[in-house]
Design a protein around this ligand. Structure first.
Ligand code: ZN
Length: 447
């Protein structure tokens, strides 16, 4: 691949000092960042480089989405009413629609979800653990050129779609690790649906499988108070305490949500050094009570690794890290009633370098530094939200902007979005096909 310089008015590095390079550029060779410096200086040292970006742009590291459903919801985006409860939404809408999906539907869903993600600046997507046809999703991930993780639907809940015995569920997980081995752009993770929809035997075996393969385990826990009630009835313990006592938690575990935890459960997360993916829009969309019961601010203070996530297209709906970061920053600041408690830079970190720590990839992504993978986003600043132009690009990016400001996106040194359009696959054709499938799925399974 040719040498590339991507230039901007400000390069937001998200390195340890949170440095911003004015009139800067990121130099790329093959898939790696080889320099981050003044544009003029890099032009001298790399005279043959291809030039991308523009003098007024803002560059950030590629965004990391810690929890995203790649299948199911995409084909009925924003269709589940917001006048029903979350159990109704999940079990009478989302699960039946997932169950009706064909392999082709999974491919189309993943392609279109990743298209929205990439066009909004997300270069790494952690799949949330509800994929029925991992081969199809993997094909979409590879074709579109994203970085991310792949999982497979995992629960041993009798009579439910895609349920299986513990050994069947584990075999499916092993198959994902074979399809997407560690070290590639797409890495296989062990994924369970979670909640109280996994036996103790399954979660322990899944955790062990992830440990033995040096990969990660993710599953849903306590977005609402339902899991607490269910675990107390079944085990006599709160969910995270129960999972901790089983030995299922550890640094390799990414808990999705962890909204309604008590003090003891937070102790368990800290003690196990587990990470958490937080999807603030989902809790608001589904009325799950983050403002009433969420304690992610305490977890952050205690050093828990936290990534922000966008969840699914009927719980938050938009796959937009900037919108997400702004909301989370607002929630953290408002809860503390302390303007010094949490800033726009902190929120941006939760989708970049801190998210990379949460998913165990901070050695290669999350910041713009020499030696890291060349995953980066160019925001164009010609839109009305950038007038007048602030001298602090992070404030303006988080509080004033959104994913619509994204112009160009690079993953591992390869351009995948140009002028806010995906350039690796024919999105128009996929969109047309998906719209037809959405109508068929909607007619057959709408409750
Ligand atoms: Zn989820």
């Amino acid at each position: 691949m040719p040498k590339i310089l991507v230039r901007a008015k400000q390069v937001i590095t998200m390195n340890a000092k949170r440095e911003i390079v004015e009139d800067g550029a990121v130099a790329i060779e093959d898939n790696q960042i080889v320099a981050v410096d003044k544009f003029d200086k890099l032009c001298v040292s790399m005279p043959d480089a291809e030039i991308h970006g523009e003098p007024n742009a803002v560059i950030t590291p590629g965004m990391i989405n810690g929890h995203q459903h790649l299948t199911g919801d995409r084909l009925f985006k924003s269709m589940i009413p917001d006048t029903i409860d979350s159990q109704d939404a999940i079990f009478n809408w989302a699960v039946p629609i997932h169950a009706a999906h064909t392999e082709r539907d999974d491919y189309l869903s993943a392609l279109l979800a990743l298209n929205e993600a990439l066009c909004n600046g997300i270069t790494t997507t952690v799949e949330a653990g509800t994929v029925a046809h991992p081969d199809s999703v993997h094909a979409a991930q590879v074709e579109i050129g994203t970085r991310g993780t792949l999982g497979s639907w995992g629960w041993d809940t009798e009579g439910a779609p895609y349920a299986g015995s513990i050994s069947e569920v584990l075999d499916r997980q092993r198959e994902v690790l074979r399809i997407a081995p560690p070290g590639g752009l797409i890495e296989g993770w062990v994924t369970l649906v979670g909640h109280d929809l996994m036996s103790d035997e399954l979660v322990c075996a899944a955790s062990e499988l992830a440990r033995n393969n040096s990969t990660h385990l993710t599953f849903h826990i306590s977005p609402s108070t339902n899991d607490t009630a269910s675990y107390l009835a079944r085990t006599g313990k709160h969910p995270v305490r129960h999972l901790y006592d089983l030995g299922a938690l550890g640094p390799h575990v990414l808990l999705a949500h962890a909204v309604h935890l008590n003090e003891d459960e937070i102790d368990c997360v800290v003690s196990a050094n587990a990470a958490v993916a937080v999807c603030p829009w989902a809790y608001l969309r589904l009325a799950q009570g983050i403002t009433a019961g969420g304690r992610h601010d305490e977890m952050l203070r205690r050093g828990v690794r936290i990534a922000l996530g966008c969840d699914s297209e009927n719980s938050g709906d938009a796959v937009d890290p900037i919108r997400n970061a702004a909301l989370f920053a607002g929630l953290m600041r408002d809860k503390s009633m302390d303007p010094f408690s949490y800033s726009a830079v902190d929120a941006l970190a939760q989708h970049t370098i801190e998210a990379a720590r949460a998913i165990g990839m901070d050695d290669k992504i999350g910041s713009l530094e020499v030696g890291k993978q060349a995953d980066l986003v160019v925001f164009q600043t010609s839109g009305p939200e950038w007038i007048t132009r602030s001298s602090n690009p992070v404030l303006q990016l988080i509080w004033s902007s959104n994913g619509a400001s994204v112009a160009d996106v690079f993953v591992a040194g390869k351009q995948v979005v140009r002028g806010r359009k995906c350039i690796t696959v024919d999105i128009a054709a996929a969109a047309e096909e998906a719209q037809k499938r959405a109508q068929i799925l909607g007619q057959t399974i709408r409750p």
